[in-house]
Design a binder for this molecule. Structure first.
Ligand SMILES: *Cc1c(COP(=O)(O)O)cnc(C)c1O
Length: 474
């Protein structure tokens, strides 16, 4: 690459040759970190951009070798930064699907680290020295915690529902109430999953009211399954009627049709004992007569992303034989994380201390209030006179479709633009500044203010939060 040709414009002549940049002592650290090939390509791309800039307006800024190395370093750092990054979830939604749902306890973190570094007996029975089944690693624990006869595990709850329908109801009818044809986050809709699973949806009742006789009349030789779906993210109120398990289970039995329940979030303990609203447990659903129950691993359960199917032994055996099971199975990292989380449920009294999700959900508002008061002056100082920060009570929600109408009293910081007018612009700028921090801070805009709910700012992460506030001022 010759930048000193006689016909080159004056500006371009000032750019050093690429080999001079690469052989400069200041480049050694970059080569050591990013490798010679990537550093060379980065330097060439940088020079090409500067050359174009010089040709256009003849101002390439400082083009000394130290200045170019600084630009190259920034460029390589940005190019190599992971697009998947940790953030502060101050949205007030504890199980935020877009922010990765449940945070896992340290015991699960350590198990995943081991599983990443070591070969594991994933499908190897250590007692017999023979091939094993990966489901066996967690099945006993799941049976103990749910009272079910058998269990299997797949990639997520959507996969669990798909696999269950495809196994039990291929080319046959599945009876579902019109009040339960849910859509979860856009892509998961019961009618669509039903079609993709090869099952035929047989809707019964009306949106607001479904009666037992609706199920009864729809059942026949073409029916493979009756199914109840947790109305995870909405509530139908007013003149309503839905059939609960205690009525539906005997009817399904009378027709000799299996009954499935998609619990969605699915919890393994009675949450009321921790002062949270009641959510039907998996055990209650099994005891209530469900033959199959599906639920997520990373919602209220507080584990890794996965879908769990528990229920009748013969049905689970069929599900495990479905070739789709292989396509939907989980890997060792998921199983490594899930087992210690399930094990925590053996000590329900210690769960709010040990299970991160429950710890966050049961955090007393006074905790968040103390945090808010400590952080308020620091945030106010960092934001300057353009904004007013106050500490206020607010409401968190569980998220991921768990108990959609219940809210948890919380506390946090509210930021309002100081000046009247152009509020939305000032809020947009504020959100953008918070997102630009090394650990982006994500809040919630409502009522002309930015709400930062501190429920999910864990004590051990508070220092990181405070340290980076200084960069807001810049
Ligand atoms: C969340 C949910 C699903 C989907 O579960 P994923 O784990 O997100 O795949 C399915 N059904 C119900 C009722 C849900 O609440």
């Amino acid at each position: 690459m010759n930048t000193s040709s006689a016909t080159a414009p004056a500006g371009a002549i000032r750019l050093p040759a690429v080999h001079l940049i690469l052989s400069d002592a200041g480049c050694e650290a970059l080569i050591a970190e990013y490798g010679r090939v990537q550093t060379l390509e980065g330097a060439r791309a940088l020079l090409a951009e500067l050359r174009a800039k010089l040709l256009a307006d003849r101002d390439g800024g400082d083009t000394s070798i130290p200045a170019l190395l600084a630009m190259l370093s920034a460029r390589l750092r940005e190019q190599n930064a992971s697009p998947l990054r940790p953030v502060f979830n101050l949205t007030g939604t504890v199980l935020h699907t877009n922010l990765g749902r449940a945070l896992l306890p340290d015991s699960a973190v350590q198990a995943v680290v081991d599983a990443l570094r070591w070969p594991m007996n994933l499908e190897w029975d250590i007692d017999t020295g023979k091939r094993g089944d990966r489901d066996n690693l967690i099945e006993d624990l799941l049976l103990e915690l749910t009272g079910a006869e058998a269990a299997t595990i797949v990639n997520n709850n959507a996969a669990a529902v798909l696999l269950m329908l495809n196994t039990v109801a291929l080319n046959k009818e599945v009876i579902v109430s019109r009040g339960e044809l849910v859509e979860i986050g856009g892509a998961f809709r019961i009618p669509d999953v039903m079609t993709r699973a090869g099952a035929v949806l047989r809707e019964v009742g009306a949106t607001n009211r479904t009666h037992l006789k609706d199920y009864d009349e729809a059942a026949g030789p073409q029916t493979a399954l009756m199914m109840k779906v947790h109305t995870s993210n909405y509530a139908i109120t007013g003149f309503t009627k839905s059939i609960e398990l205690d009525e539906l289970a005997p009817l399904a039995k009378k027709h000799n049709i299996p009954l499935a329940v998609d619990l969605g979030s699915g919890t393994l303990v009675d949450l009321e004992q921790y002062g949270l609203p009641h959510e039907t447990t998996v055990r209650e659903t099994i005891e209530g007569g469900a033959d199959l129950v599906t639920f997520s691993g990373d919602k209220l359960l507080g584990g890794p992303q996965c879908g769990i199917i528990v229920g009748r032994k013969d049905l689970i055996a069929q599900i495990k034989k479905n070739p789709l099971k292989r396509a939907l199975r989980v890997g060792k990292l998921t199983l490594a994380a899930l087992e210690p989380v399930l094990a925590l449920y053996r000590a329900p009294d210690l769960l709010p201390e040990r299970l991160t999700t429950l710890k966050l959900l049961t955090r007393p508002a006074a905790d968040m209030r103390a945090q808010a008061q400590a952080i308020l002056p620091l945030l106010q100082a960092a934001l300057g006179a353009g904004y007013v920060v106050t500490d206020e009570a607010m409401m968190s929600q569980i998220g991921s479709g768990a108990l959609p109408v219940d809210q948890l009293p919380s506390y946090g910081l509210v930021v309002r633009p100081a000046a009247e007018g152009r509020i939305s612009n000032a809020l947009g700028v504020l959100e953008q500044r918070l997102r630009a921090l090394p650990l982006p801070v994500i809040g919630r805009v409502a009522q002309d203010a930015l709400w930062l709910d501190l429920r999910c700012l864990q004590d051990h992460q508070q220092q990181r939060f405070i340290e980076q506030l200084g960069q807001l001022a810049a």
